[in-house]
Design a binder for this molecule. Structure first.
Ligand code: BG6
Length: 509
């Protein structure tokens, strides 16, 4: 076929050529909070330093605390300096912070939105933001619907003068299926699905995206990626930290809502999904939703065969004694919030029928590690002496830290006999690529401004994930029994038993 497009157009579509977003303003609700100072503004600063932001760009923080522009900028700079041991460039900061503004206002009052609208209009004139706005909900989730209504009623659900309006919703997106549906309905009263960017920062992590790259750009893995060859899959999102000063939030959430419903389920989807026809928002998200639909719903009276929870008690992590969960700030002495979850899930489809996916997460485990381990079935026959004791092949995608991929294989021990031993073939990102791995929020904020929702969550994904977890949440609310594990251990004994009774065991990553 004859290519009729001009070279410039071809270049514009080339994924290797960085694109610059449209002139725009990003409005952050809940701007005095932790997320803005620790994640959002540092990510935007990095983008500014890498010249990935448009010249005509502004950040408008909205929160109740009275603050001048200068005070807001100072606070952000201090936090940025803490995050960047390498220092902050005065030149970059001066031009970047000149576009940072702050509006003190109560998000429950209509006047705040009128004022914001006028403010943004002025910015269009003064900074050339051209009517394009992204509204970022980083406030308390209890305010999400109120803010959306405020924006909608003030007419800010559309951009000005033909510009665009996009809405970013932070997690947690609801606290169960019913509340997630209500929140989706509240948002859809004012915003179209194509304007909504539900964020899960794990999707912005390079190594999470690499699950797709590994699977769909290599011909050697995909033929084995199914129930014929895979014995089971283990997904681990382990943290050595406790809950820090987030007790108020965590007590209400727990590990199932905080990690499993979003980060772990997304990893599961990317690991289990069918190849998408293209790497675009609809194709990728459609395939993820199919996985969630195929995930077996756990029968209400069998929850304990599929799900284990736990809560950490006093223990030792990295040689330091740490308090138990019930002794943490803002946590009651008889709290029944889980800080550990292990689940067994089945994806009842052609590819995965009968292959269990074990998923676990926990706070105060021995180390911080997120990984996906694909454990293959053993060879059908062992012709070498001792080979029956050989560990099966395991392909591990290490999401963090020490990002990389490793494959456990059997190899001959050098010498005259024929002894076989398991060894690892490792790919370490740090040594394979010279580029620094950008923070997840950089990628996601850039995609937001470029209008690419591929790495954001569609409404049916979030609802599907809640639906799967519903029986577990209900069973745990009814039954107050809580298994414990000492901080610094790999979780409660019940989690070991979950695998042991099927002749398997958790990896020690
Ligand atoms: C957040 C959770 O979504 O993810 C936190 O609310 C958790 O509890 C954090 O610590 C983990 O993120 P990361 O990027 O450090 O693995």
């Amino acid at each position: 076929m004859v290519e009729t497009r001009l070279p410039a157009e071809l270049l514009r579509d080339d994924p290797r050529i960085p694109k610059t977003p449209d002139p725009s303003a990003i409005v952050i609700f809940g701007a005095s909070g932790d997320l803005t100072a620790r994640k959002l503004v540092p990510a935007l600063y990095e983008l500014a330093e890498g010249r990935r932001l448009p010249m005509e760009f502004a950040i408008v923080g909205v929160a109740r605390t009275p603050m001048s522009y200068e005070e807001f900028r100072e606070k952000l700079r201090r936090s940025l300096e803490e995050q960047r041991p390498g220092g902050v460039s005065d030149d970059v900061w001066d031009s970047f912070s000149g576009g940072i503004f702050y509006l003190a206002g109560d998000s429950k009052k209509a006047g705040t939105y009128r004022e914001l609208k006028g403010f943004l209009k002025n910015l269009d004139n003064e900074r050339g933001t051209r009517g394009n706005r992204a509204f970022y909900l980083a406030s308390s989730p209890t305010l999400f619907s109120t803010i959306v209504e405020g924006l909608g009623e003030a007419g800010m659900n559309e951009g000005e003068d033909g510009g665009w309006a996009r809405l970013v919703v932070e997690k947690p997106f609801g606290r169960d299926l019913t509340s997630a549906r209500e929140l989706n309905a509240d948002i859809r009263r004012y915003f179209e699905e194509t304007q909504i960017y539900r964020i899960d920062h794990y999707l912005g992590k390079e190594t999470v995206q690499n699950i797709l790259a590994l699977r769909f750009s290599n011909s050697i893995f995909e033929p084995l990626w199914n129930q014929h060859y895979v014995d089971h899959v283990q997904i681990t999102v382990a943290e050595d930290l406790g809950i820090g000063s987030r007790g108020g939030f965590y007590e209400d959430a727990g590990a199932l809502r905080d990690i499993i419903q979003n980060h772990a389920m997304q990893i599961l989807c990317l690991t289990a999904m069918e190849p998408p026809a293209a790497f675009d928002a609809e194709s990728v998200r459609e395939e993820k939703v199919k996985v969630l639909k195929a995930a077996r719903r756990i029968p209400a009276d069998e929850v304990e065969d599929f799900a284990v929870r736990g809560q950490y008690t006093r223990g030792w992590v990295w040689g330091e004694e740490t308090p138990g969960y019930r002794e943490e700030e803002d946590i009651g002495p008889d709290s029944t919030t889980e800080t550990y979850v292990a689940l067994k899930l089945y994806i009842d489809n052609w590819r995965w029928a009968g292959t269990p996916f074990y998923v676990r997460t926990g706070k105060r485990l021995p180390k911080r590690v997120t990984e996906i381990a694909i454990q293959f079935k053993p060879t059908p026959h062992a012709p070498f002496a001792g080979a029956e004791n050989l560990e099966p092949n395991v392909l591990v995608v290490r999401v963090q830290p020490e990002e990389g991929v490793s494959l456990k294989i059997g190899a001959k021990v050098p010498g005259s006999g024929f002894e076989i031993r398991s060894v690892n073939m490792d790919l370490l990102y740090g040594t394979a690529f010279l580029e620094e791995v950008p923070d997840a929020y950089q990628r996601l904020l850039l995609d937001l401004m470029l209008g690419d929702p591929t790495l954001f969550i569609r409404s049916d994904e979030t609802e599907g994930a809640w639906d799967i977890l519903g029986p577990v949440m209900r069973a745990w609310t009814e039954n107050g029994e809580m298994p414990f594990y000492p901080a610094g251990s790999w979780g409660p004994d019940e989690a070991e038993k979950l695998l042991k009774r099927e002749g398997r065991r958790w990896r020690r990553p």
